[in-house]
Every structure is written in structure tokens, then in C-alpha cells.
Design a protein around this ligand. Sequence first.
Ligand code: UDP
Length: 252
Amino acid sequence: MVRIDGRRRDEIRKVKITRNFIKHPQGSVLVEFGDTKVICTAMIDDKVPPFLKGTGEGWITSEYGMLPGSTQTRKARDASKGKVDGRTMEIQRLVGRALRSVVDLRAIGERTIWVDCDVIQADGGTRTASITGAFVALVDAVNKMDNAQPFSIYPIRNYVAAISAGIVDDEIMLDLCYDEDSRARVDMNIVMTDNGQFVEVQGTGEKSPFTRDEMMELIALGEKGIREIIDIQKKSLGEDGNKIGTGEEVKI
Ligand code: UDP
């Protein structure tokens, strides 16, 4: 079966990561999954939220947004309605959790890293592209801190990336574009590390529930995609990724 954009069912879109995309943030990336394009930035703030004051631990938090012109019909700005909508809240929390899962928050000290993901063009999979790009922006920001004042323990323990998979027209397929996503009867987002561990799996059979076998197949396909995507992150970071995983395990 050939898909609308000519891919095989187990094939990811062309993934491109452009680092140092904008001037001011310590880390900034343009990440592209086919026609989905997201700008991810990482900026350091020398304070932490009140619940962490005095603990010696840092924090990583994320915000997500879509430009009005990023979608086929204009997406109203969150601010114009006075509050963030549920989907946005869900996505920004997911991105924050994904990044925190691979960082030793004690090693970064009482600082907050703000990671902002702004979708400039949406064609499905914006949350998974956000996680994938945000990780690279985070590494760049952490390395700037490390260069200025080396960490005693390098804070980033693992790579993390994400991909979608779903069941469309009774076929299980990887990395859905919008056309596929809108027809999918099952939709799954998978977040994994480079050592093959899961950070989050969100599977939804809203249009029709799915079986355990289907779930396992979706996860297996996701795992294959994530391995390929982490290779792309590694190529993009080159030597700047060398310290990832070198920090000692911190016993809690
Ligand atoms: N989408 C849209 N307007 C919206 C939300 C989503 O056009 O307000 C499109 C967009 O292409 C997005 C896709 O629907 O990528 C799938 O949305 P979903 O909520 O599943 O999140 P995503 O797959 O982007 O993480």
C-alpha cells in the first residue's frame, strides 16, 4: 500500500533539524517532519518556581502554540480567548514531562529552563515533532551553561524523541500526516529514550477501540521510528551530544 505522500506504512517523513535557528535563545531549533514545522527554543532563567525554592533542584517547563496561519483554517491565538485551550495544555505538559524524564534536575541547580514550541506549519504530529526538536534545543542550552561553568554532573542522561502511529483504513502506519490523522480510527503518540525505554504512550481508540495485538504493533512501529529519529538528533548534535549520558547516576 502506498500512502498519500508515497511513503511505505513503516516509513517516517523526512526529518530535518536546523540548530541555532534564531538569535536570542540559548538553544533554538527548527524541526521539520515533512510539512510539519515547529520552532523550539530553550531559555534559561536563574530562578525556580516557589515549590522548588531552597531544594537545590531545577525545573524544565514547556509552552506550546500554533500560529494562526499554521493550519488550514485560521487558528485563533490562545491569548485572544484569554486562556490556553485544553489541547494546548495537554501538549505543553507532555513536552515538559518528556524533557524532564531525561534530565537530572538536581544537576542543573536552582534554575528553570523554559522550552517553547511554536508550530509555524501543522500537518499532523506537531506534539511529537515538538518533543524531538525541543530536546535538541535543550541540549544546546545546557551546553552553553556547561561551557560557562562546567556542571559537576552533566545533567542530560539520555536522548528522547517522539513519533505518532495509527490505524488508517485498517492499516497500521507510522508518523501520520494530517490527512491520515483525520481519518485514523486509532491514534498513538509514543515518547522514548535512546536506550529503548518508554516515557509516555498515549493511544486513543475514540473512533473504535483497539486490541492488544494492534497496540503492540503500533508500539513496535513507534519504536522503529524513534530509533531512526534519535539517529537524526545524534547527527544534528554531532560532538555537542558527546556528554549525554556521561553524568553519574544520582541515587535518590
Ligand atoms: N489541527 C488543526 N487545527 C487545530 C488542531 C489540529 O488544523 O486546532 C491539525 C494539525 O495539522 C495537527 C493535526 O490536526 O497537526 C493533528 O492534531 P492533533 O491534535 O492530533 O495533534 P498533533 O498530531 O499535531 O500532535
